[in-house]
Design a protein around this ligand. Structure first.
Ligand code: KG4
Ligand code: ZN
Length: 354
């Protein structure tokens, strides 16, 4: 009988609970998304998010247990994200985990959200071999989400060194803002990807790439501003309400939006691919690991896999975005190396990794 870990994730706007056996076997993974709730605002509203977590937690927990066919009494370890993230959101997940650990008399493990994203690559899928300790350490990890764009050198389980980060917007944040400029929905990443699908994106000159040579840091605010100026010059921002209704105008607007979305996506993706490969080279990495919502991006996945000469581990898209299974997978390795957490564990909205 393997070690069954219940993983809870509420750092942002997904109420997520997963059950994982021995850090690899995904038994269930329930994600209650609040996307519809936040969509009208074009971004996550923290107060709205924390209230919704309270409503969604018990149903998500029940469904995760029933899907996994694991009784609450058979859960061996209870894990939850305790940072980084939105304070009010983190509190619901961590307090639920504490209450469960206390009432079941089982150990509690607090997980760093970014470390969780990295461990999504350890979850078994299909016939593919999960990495265990292959291809070996060190691994060059790119964690790209709504709040982070970090290059993290993983020197072993639990051993991290932050070697690059964004100096302004996170990649996901840039995608979300670009989608707003182009009049697309929220979250912006999947919308930009959809609008770019099958589009060359070469009607306008390439949007800028902030290379910032000699550093592995990122900057995405410049490309966002350049997109804004392009959209303004083409009369797309602010959008003329008159443009809706006329078929010809709508077609033209859709074409321009697709062109700009593809151009923007190409810029953000290229910088992430080049910097991740550069990091892997500089630190003699044995492999590359991707994690975080932005790494669900099809263009990024295809480009980095095509360009790298090292093994590239990318979770399936549903495990790139926030989920509880990755928290349970990560907790398994923390628990195995004897990390202990008391019931006085507090949330840490700015918790660093490495
Ligand atoms: O990791 P995640 O689910 O939550 C945070 O920890 O922030 O990442 C959410 C971010 C959002 O900004 C969303 O627009 C972006 O991931 N995202 C994508 C894609 N799917 C989600 N960005 C680009 N392409 C995608 N397909
Ligand atoms: Zn995340």
């Amino acid at each position: 009988m393997g070690l069954k870990i219940l993983g809870i994730e509420t750092s942002c706007d997904e109420t997520a609970v997963g059950v994982v056996e021995d850090g690899r076997q995904l038994l269930s993974n329930i994600v209650s998304s609040q996307v519809q709730l936040h969509a009208p605002y074009g971004g996550v509203v923290p107060e709205v998010a924390s209230r919704q977590h309270i409503r969604d937690m018990a149903p998500a927990l029940e469904k995760a247990l029933s899907d996994s066919q694991v009784d609450l009494d058979d859960v061996d370890v209870v894990a939850a994200t305790y940072g980084p993230g939105l304070a009010g959101s983190l509190l619901t997940g961590l307090n639920t985990a504490k209450a469960l650990a206390l009432s079941l008399g089982k150990p509690l493990v607090g997980v760093n959200h970014l470390e969780g994203h990295i461990y999504a690559s350890w979850l078994a899928r299909g016939s593919e071999e999960p990495p265990e300790d292959s291809p070996g350490f060190p691994l060059a990890c790119l964690v790209a989400s709504g709040g982070h764009t970090d290059l993290i050198l993983m020197e072993g389980h639990g051993q991290y060194r932050l070697v690059g980060r964004t100096r302004d917007d996170a990649a996901g944040e840039a995608f979300d803002k670009a989608a707003r400029i182009l009049g697309l929905g929220f979250p912006g990443g999947p919308e930009i990807q959809k609008a770019s699908d099958g589009v060359a994106g070469d009607e306008f000159p390439p949007l800028p790439r902030a290379w910032m040579r000699d550093t592995l840091d990122f900057s995405f605010s410049g490309v966002k501003t350049a997109l804004l100026h392009l959209a303004q010059a083409q009369g797309l921002y602010p959008r003329d309400p008159e443009s809706a209704g006329s078929k010809d105008v709508e077609e033209k607007v859709n074409r321009l939006v697709g062109e700009m979305a593809a151009n923007f996506q190409a810029s953000v993706v290229e910088v992430m691919v080049v910097k991740t490969l550069e990091m892997a080279k500089r630190y003699n990495a044995r492999g590359i690991v991707l994690g975080g919502g932005v790494t669900a991006n099809a263009r990024l996945r295809a480009d980095i896999t095509g360009a790298a000469s090292l093994p590239v581990l990318i979770p399936p898209p549903v495990l790139c975005t926030d989920n509880g299974a990755m928290i349970a997978a990560c907790a398994y390795f923390q628990y195995s190396r004897g990390e202990e957490f008391g019931l006085d564990l507090d949330i840490d909205p700015a918790l660093p990794l490495g």
